[in-house]
Design a protein around this ligand. Structure first.
Ligand SMILES: [Zn+2]
Length: 575
């Protein structure tokens, strides 16, 4: 008992000593002596060096109060304590998805989910079904299609993309917008384009492209920024829009909890969306902890960042202290900005989606406000430009300044740039699952040598001192952390081969990329990431020991329970 208290004291003292400025302090300096929740009979991996493994865990007042065995923790419990027998299941610190899109996940719960479609005809059939069950004029939205997954190209395809004719045939009176899995393109039908207005369709908007047929007519496919032409049209009334955002946020949160996540990093919200989240956090309605990057342009954010800064609002449920920017597009659509031309399209090396000078200005804005900067970079040229910009703005002693700026995806990196992440203290925010989803076609796009030396190289990044956090980029991928964990440690493609297996993470590293390192990447390591006294009582319970079972059994692992702040937020039926 004295030892436990001593450990608790030392651990808190350690947290205080190492806490960077402007991060939250644990909610109570003295830990509660009464447990609201007691977990027993588990295999508990704490990721806390003071006590790495335990059988029991006591949570009180929303935070971990003690870790040990049943006898050691018995005195924290009384008749008001909820006791849960884990029956030997694995309990780990609450899992954190470090890069996903909350609003996309929420919308996906209401929109057509096209991720499993195998042909354009199948997609058209689903739209026809939706049009038959909805009144004229109601929007039909869908997302997740990818022509690389189709068994054949439609007859009327243009440059490999489908055209809107079939959508017009089945849904002439409903505006239809179907987003590509990459998020970098969409196809709209004539009704949706009509609402966008002929004038706005006459020329390509900056940073976007409207695909046209031989007669100059839009085919329906809108690339990059051109997607905004059919965005936001579906709900113009502000009150109604707020209600929809609220609904989407709560639907997304439930989806995340049901997959075992206790925290989610949202990779880009508007100020309006953040205000909805702030309201949900303040009223205690937010069941999932969120860490949000602001996606609005500099001119909107300038002068507003100080007021937007939010650290752990609503009892640790909402933090806003980062800005999101894009350096390039996606590899699938050859929008990723490469140092050399694509191997399967030698006339192009992709393109930047913002100028390095514009990125430098955003970086100055973030630096002055003390915000983290999180920049999407897929291609090796994009990664180099972002690192160059960080180095220029932060100076040669960037690492000591401990600003924890991030590169989102850090997907294809030139060998020369790999060690720079560790040297500059730049966090690589990667997605293990993208490696196995994209692996089958990556070598074709960029050639075997670039794929080997620079694609999804989390092993090389870790070995050169970088912090790597992990996530799914949902709804690009399912938000489920377990397939992503498996992908990170096996790099197994659907055909059973491994995508450059020398770049695998160990299972413990993969767990850290979803917990401790994810917390560090968000300045939250003193409240999240391990099950140490004083940290949030966030726990994910998994039926199998994914740290020890044979590799072939990893695919069968399931989350049993998600505990947030000591409350069971989700539980698998029958458990
Ligand atoms: Zn993303």
């Amino acid at each position: 008992m004295r030892n436990l208290m001593l450990i608790a004291f030392l651990s808190l003292a350690g947290a205080c000593a190492s806490r960077p400025a402007n991060t939250p302090t644990p909610s109570a300096p003295a830990l509660p002596t009464h447990a609201d929740l007691l977990l027993t009979n588990g295999r508990i991996i704490t990721l806390d060096e003071a006590r790495p493994e335990a059988r029991a865990l006591a949570i009180g007042g929303g935070v971990v109060i003690a870790v040990g065995n049943e006898a050691e923790l018995a005195h924290f419990a009384d008749e008001h304590t909820q006791v849960i027998d884990l029956h030997g299941a694995l309990a780990v610190p609450g899992l954190i998805d470090s890069h996903a899109h909350l609003w996309g996940i929420g919308a996906m719960q209401r929109e057509l989910d096209l991720r499993d479609t195998k042909s354009w005809e199948e997609i058209v059939e689903r739209v026809a079904h939706a049009a038959n069950s909805r009144p004229n004029g109601e929007w039909i939205l869908g997302r997740g299609w990818h022509q690389e997954k189709w068994d054949h190209v439609p007859d009327d395809a243009l440059e490999g993309w489908p055209v809107k004719a079939a959508l017009d045939r089945v849904a002439p009176h409903n505006p239809v917008v179907l987003r590509h899995a990459s998020g970098h393109a969409a196809i709209a039908n004539s009704k949706a384009l009509e609402l966008a207005g002929a004038a706005s369709l006459s020329t390509d908007p900056p940073g976007g492209r409207i695909l046209r047929d031989a007669h100059g007519e839009p085919t329906g496919v809108l690339n990059e920024a051109a997607q905004a032409l059919v965005d936001g049209e579906h709900e113009a009334d502000p009150a109604r829009r707020r209600a929809l955002l609220r609904e989407e946020a709560l639907l997304a949160a439930q989806e995340c909890l049901s997959k075992g996540l206790t925290s989610l990093v949202d990779a880009g919200s508007t100020l309006e969306q953040v205000s909805v989240l702030r309201e949900l956090a303040q009223t205690g309605e937010l069941p999932l902890r969120l860490w949000v990057m602001l996606g609005e342009p500099d001119e909107v954010l300038r002068g507003k960042l100080e007021a937007q800064r939010t650290i752990g609002a609503g009892g640790g449920f909402l933090t806003v202290r980062a800005i999101k920017r894009y350096m390039d597009g996606a590899l699938g659509s050859r929008g990723a900005w490469m140092l050399a031309p694509y191997s399967d399209a030698p006339t192009t090396s992709g393109l930047p989606s913002t100028s390095p000078e514009a990125l430098r200005q955003s970086a100055e804005l973030a630096r002055r406000a003390g915000f983290q900067l999180c920049v999407h970079a897929i291609g090796d040229r994009a990664n180099r430009e972002v690192l160059d910009t960080y180095e220029r703005v932060l100076g040669p002693r960037a690492k000591e300044k401990d600003l924890r700026w991030r590169v989102e995806h850090a997907q294809h990196i030139d060998s020369m740039d790999i060690p720079r992440f560790g040297q500059l203290g730049v966090i690589a925010s990667m997605q293990g699952i993208h490696c196995v989803s994209d692996g089958p076609w990556v070598p074709q796009r960029i050639g075997a040598e670039r794929a080997r030396s620079g694609a999804y190289v989390w092993r090389s990044l870790l070995d050169t001192g970088a912090v790597v956090c992990n996530g799914t980029d949902a709804p690009v991928e399912d938000v489920d952390p377990l397939p992503c964990f498996r992908a990170s440690v096996t790099r197994k493609l659907p055909d059973g081969t491994s995508f450059y297996p020398e770049q695998r993470m160990s299972r413990l590293e993969a767990l850290k990329s979803y917990t401790l390192w994810a917390a560090y990447a968000a300045f939250e390591e003193d409240v999240k990431g391990s099950l140490a006294p004083g940290k949030y009582g966030d726990v994910t319970v998994i039926d199998r020991d994914v740290l020890r079972i044979p590799e072939v059994e990893l695919a069968g692992a399931r989350v049993l329970m998600t505990i947030v702040g000591g409350k069971v937020a989700w539980k698998r039926e029958g458990h």
